[in-house]
Each structure stands twice: as C-alpha cells, then as structure tokens.
Design a protein around this ligand. Structure first.
Ligand code: ME8
Length: 629
C-alpha cells in the first residue's frame, strides 16, 4: 500500500487560530482525505509551535506561566479543527516529551557530524519572525519588513549551523527535482536567494527562559526554527526510529504559506542532508489571504470573520469557497459577497437543486431506485464524462490546483443538470416511456453518488448527506461508474444548501452599471447606452401554471439566483407548464412591473417569436443571475 504523509506548519499559539491558518489546514485536509480515498495509508500532522518568544510574551501579559498558557491555547486550535472537519491523525505539541527528546537527538546528530560550531553573533532580530534580518533586508528605520515592528539588536555567543556548506547540494537538489518547491514562482525566488549565497545560521539563544536546552550545553536554548522543523520527524517517533517513523518519513508534502517557504525549502533540507536523512518530497507554499486587499493584522483589526460566515453558510460552504475561489499559489482577497454568490450558484443551485429534483422525481414515480434497463441518447456521453472527471481531478490535485479540481467536478454537475433537461425526464412518466424515465433517473443518481465521492475530500459533510439521501447506509468511496444498487429507497430530501437570506444578499447583487450618457437617437437604431439599460439575466423556471380565462398566458415563478420573481409569459400555446419547470431562460429583469389579467408580472421572458415561439436560452447552463449582454 502506498503511504502519504502531509503536514501543516505547527502554528504559534500566541493568539487564536484565524482564517489564514484555517486555509492551510483545510488544504492539507483535502490532500489527506483525497489520498485516503485512493486507498493510501495516510498520516496527517498539524499542531502548535510552543517555544516561541511571542508565546512567552503572551503568557507574561496574561500572568500565566508559558506552559500554563500553552495548555490553555492548544484546545482553541483543536476546537477549530473539529469545527472545520479537519481529519488530522495527530495534533502535535512541541512541549511534549516526545518532541523535546527527538529535537535534542537531532541536534546531537548535527553536532556529531561536524556541522555545529560555537561563534559570536550580532545583528538585528525580529521577535515575531524569530529570525535575524540580513544586511540586504535592513532599512534605516530598523523595522521588520514583514511585521513592520521595531527590530532588536542582539549580541551573543551562539552555536551555528554550517548552512553555507550545503549551498551547492541544495542548488543541485532543487534543479534536479523541479517539483520540490511549488509553485514555480516560489521555486525561482528560492533559487535566486540561494544563488546570492547562504550564510551559516545561529541555532542557539543564550539563557532564554523558555525553550528546549541544548543537549551538550544546557546554558543554551535551541533556536526555535531548528526544533520546530524537526517536529515533522519527532512526531512520528524519530527518537526511537519507531515503525511509524520508518513508514512515513520522508514527508510527501509540507504545506504552508509563502512566508515560511525559505525555512522549509533551504534550512530544513540542509539539516536533513547533514543528518544523512531523506528530504521531504514537496514543499508547497500557497499565497496570502487578504481582506479588502489588505494583509490580515491583529494590531490593525483586519480579520476575516470566519465564525460568522461558517455560522451563516456552514462549514462546507466555507471550505468550498476558500478552495474554489482562489488559485492556490497566489494571494486571494476574501469577500463574504463572493462566498454568498458561490453558495447560491454552485452549491444551492447547481448541486442542491439537482439532488432535490432527481429525488423528487424518483419519489413521485417509483417505489425505489429504478434499474437502468433502457439505455438511450446521452447515456454513454455521461458515463465517459464521469471517468474523464475522475482522471482530470487526479491531475489537478497532483498540481495543487484545487480551484480547477472543483471546477472540473462542477462541469460534471452542470452536465447532469443538462442531461435532465435534454431527456425531459419529467415528461416520461407514461407507461411506454417509464423504463426510460427510470434509466435516466438511475443514471442521474449514480452521477450524484460519484459526485459525492469526488467532493468528499473538499466538502465531506455534504458528500455524506448526499449518499444518505440516495439511500446508501454506508459511505461508498468507489470513484467508478455503475456501483449504485437499483433497489434503494431514497429519502424525501431536505435541501442540502437551504437558501440563506442575509445582509450579504444585497451586496451580492451585481452592481448597477453607471447611468450611461444620453446619446442622439435615430428612429430605427438604438444607442449602445440605451441597450445597456436592459438588465438581462439568466433565471430558472421553478413553477408554471395556466391563468384562468387567459389561454395564451402562463404564470411562472423564476429564480434569479439572488431572488425569486413572478412573471407572466404569453407562451401557453407553445409550451405546457410541465416542460417549462427546470428550464433556464433569459429574463428582462428591470422591466417595470405590470398587472396582466389581474396577475402581477415582474419581468419578461425572451423568446424567438414567429410562427412558433421558442424560448431564448444559453448554449450551456450558467449560474443563475448571470448577466446576458
Ligand atoms: O510561522 N493567509 O507559525 P504561524 C494564508 N510556527 N495563510 C496564512 C495567513 C494568511 N493571511 N496567515 C497565516 C509559524 N497563514 C511557525 C511555523 S513550522 C515548522 C513553524 C498560515 O502561526 C500559513 O500557513 O505564524 C503560514 O505559513 C502560517 O499560517 C504561519 O503560521
């Protein structure tokens, strides 16, 4: 069996965990769950980095001992990971004895191999980065470039690690392993940094009150980054070379933000080279989450209110949004309005409504899931697309392209919505077409089962809900077509993404375009500005019914994504109400309301109008509310 070992950074517990730390941890969770799905033996580590100076200071501010402070903070992380459905195998703390003994052993090995020596160090130090600032980075103001906080001048006798000795080997390794650092832009940055020359690093701090003592000189404390990085091995049982350590080291993926890529891609591998140990396979550094374009900052009060968003939309919507919206290697600006829009369009509409419609039709027409006895048009295409989706997903996950992975799954979701339309399955209830109806519904449910498997690493709660509603008693993880038994009793189906009405909804509505300037008109031509006044939107017909005493009219309820409307349409001679339900249409959304035969109409549906009347629609389905230009 293949193994897969993935880690997050161990976070400083000098404050509560926040959306940035959640982002990394959710991404690592997706990898862990995906590999479990594929049958790999997975180990997923997260934890806290407790011996930091910032932790010591925070404890002092609270009047607690550093250990008591850490004991108080660790549960806050565990609680958030539980809420976010993180499936870690270990929550590791660096104040554990297992870590302390392992870190000391590691240092002894570096020392025995001749890579640790004593020297004098002086320089400007940033207590927040826990790092000396290089000459190149130093400004006249002596401010940390990352934290914008004053630097401290430090002078002391330290132990040093011979990092410079490994410069060439590191260069060779990165050149020979193009996938070692992801994304490529970060790799290039590191190569540039490496080529400009590495200096030895100080790895001890004299007489600090908080930390792990040097094994061969207890007056010194091990520099936090040295012991912190070693956690990835000490947690596995490096100290006694346990079976777990032998099974999982080296790590497959160290996941982190771009701020700490250099420690992981240069310092950590150099230490492992010194200890003659195998290097982690990939260092994956994602971009920075910002809020309204600004860096998150406790001091400046810029933060993402994930608690509110999770309470409003649910954990899965939060996980989905983070991974679907941003390209993983790049920075991404968090916007609740976008979360709202994705919730409505992708989750509630594309996926939630699909499940509801299919379950509704099965319940109405069959006792249990019908057998697929009657193949027909589009079936083979659907099956082929299912397999192609599984394959593409694998490629995207290997490339850490979580957004593309989700888009690939959603292309399949939308294809199944179209399959329902193309087969007009709701019209097939007559005895002669019922076997075909059963087959289309079976295929749609099997597609939904497969979709639930593919989304399970990203939104595990939803995946389980879908399978339960389909009637599966145990979660079926097979990503292959044709597994669904034909006799299951499906449930009535609660909406898996109930409509959310919040203040975001208003903000989520597309901005009205600025009032265009008046232009001179000719009698036959309409100016572009006039045309722009039309607000044309994609909508879906929810219900359709005749209007008493008006043979040509139908009363429709349509869904625009952000709101529902009643519209009267003169299409009754050309469409029966049943064939309209579920169809995507284009509506003029800013038409003055009118009362037609005592029925209010809030918009107009576009249709080709000649001898026949044919509804205008888009070539493929698009999110509800999309503007048509
Ligand atoms: O650096 N956007 O811990 P830390 C995205 N203890 N990710 C963010 C983020 C943001 N705005 N802010 C933080 C440390 N992160 C060390 C690690 S590992 C051996 C030691 C995430 O609490 C991102 O993963 O400062 C970043 O790398 C990490 O939190 C830094 O966490």
């Amino acid at each position: 069996m293949s193994t897969f070992y993935v880690t997050t950074p161990i976070y400083y517990p000098n404050g509560e965990p926040h959306a940035g730390t959640a982002y990394t941890t959710i991404a690592a969770d997706v990898l862990a769950r995906y590999h479990r799905l594929k049958g790999d033996e997975v180990f997923f580590l997260t934890g806290v980095d407790e011996h930091a100076a910032n932790v010591y200071d925070a404890a002092k501010d609270m009047g607690l001992s550093p250990q008591a402070y850490c004991d108080k903070m660790a549960p806050a992380f565990i609680k958030l990971w539980e809420r976010l459905n993180i499936s870690h195998d270990i929550f590791f703390r660096t104040t554990s004895d297992l870590h302390k003994r392992g870190a000391q052993k590691f240092l002894n090995v570096l020392y025995d191999n001749g890579d640790v020596y004593k020297g004098k160090y002086e320089g400007y130090y940033c207590p927040s980065c826990e790092e000396f600032i290089t000459e190149k980075e130093l400004t006249d103001e002596k401010i940390c470039p990352d934290h914008q906080l004053p630097l401290q001048w430090l002078e002391e006798e330290n132990y040093f690690f011979r990092l410079s000795k490994y410069q060439d080997r590191l260069l060779t390794h990165i050149h020979e392993h193009p996938d070692f650092v992801y994304p490529p832009a970060r790799r290039n940055e590191l190569l540039n940094f490496l080529e400009s020359g590495l200096q030895d690093v100080s790895i001890s701090r004299a007489s600090l009150p908080w930390g792990i003592p040097f094994p061969f000189d207890p007056e010194h404390i091990i520099y936090i980054w040295i012991e912190a990085l070693s956690n990835y091995m000490t947690a596995l049982g490096y100290e006694i070379e346990s079976e777990q350590y032998q099974t999982f080291w080296p790590a497959d993926v160290h996941m982190m933000g771009k701020d700490i890529a250099r420690f992981h891609a240069l310092l950590w591998p150099a230490m492992l080279m010194s200890a003659n140990l195998p290097l982690p396979k990939q260092i994956v550094a994602h971009g920075w989450l910002t809020k309204d374009g600004e860096a998150l900052s406790k001091t400046r009060g810029i933060f993402i209110d994930m608690d509110m968003d999770i309470t409003t939309y649910g954990v899965d919507a939060f996980r989905y949004y983070l991974l679907r919206e941003f390209s993983f290697g790049n920075d991404g600006d968090y916007r609740p309005t976008r979360l709202h829009a994705r919730y409505n369009a992708d989750l509630a509409n594309d996926l939630g409504n699909l499940l509801n419609r299919v379950l509704g039709l099965v319940n109405k027409n069959f006792e249990a899931i019908p057998a697929p006895t009657t193949p027909g048009e589009f079936d083979d295409e659907i099956k082929e697309m299912a397999q192609a989706t599984v394959d593409k997903l694998d490629e995207h996950i290997k490339a850490f392209a979580f957004d593309a992975a989700l888009e690939t799954i959603w292309e399949f979701v939308r294809r199944i919505n179209r399959y329902i339309q193309q087969t007009q399955v709701w019209t097939l209830a007559k005895p002669e077409t019922k076997p075909r109806m059963g087959t289309v519904l079976y295929n749609s449910l099997e597609a939904l089962r497969l979709i639930s498997v593919l989304i399970s690493p990203f939104i595990p709660e939803t995946a389980e809900k879908i399978q339960k509603q389909i009637g599966l008693s145990e979660f079926d993880t097979t990503a292959e077509w044709g597994r669904l038994p034909a006799d299951l009793t499906v449930s009535r189906g609660e909406p898996i993404f109930p409509r959310v009405d919040t203040k975001h909804q208003k903000q989520a509505q597309p901005k009205k375009t600025a009032k265009p300037k008046q232009q001179k008109k000719t009698t036959d031509l309409v100016s572009f500005a006039d045309f722009q006044k039309l607000d044309l939107r994609v909508a879906r017909v929810l219900t359709a019914e005749p209007i008493e005493g008006a043979d040509r009219l139908l009363k429709l309820q349509v869904d625009l994504g952000t709101e529902k409307r009643q519209v009267v349409a003169g299409i009754a001679e050309h469409y029966t109400p049943e064939t309209l339900v579920g169809k995507q249409v284009i509506i003029v959304a800013n038409l003055e309301p009118a009362t037609i035969r005592n029925v209010e109409s809030h918009g107009m549906i576009l249709a080709g109008s000649g001898d026949a009347v044919v509804l205008a629609t888009l070539e493929t389905e698009m999110p509800l509310g999309t503007q048509v230009k």
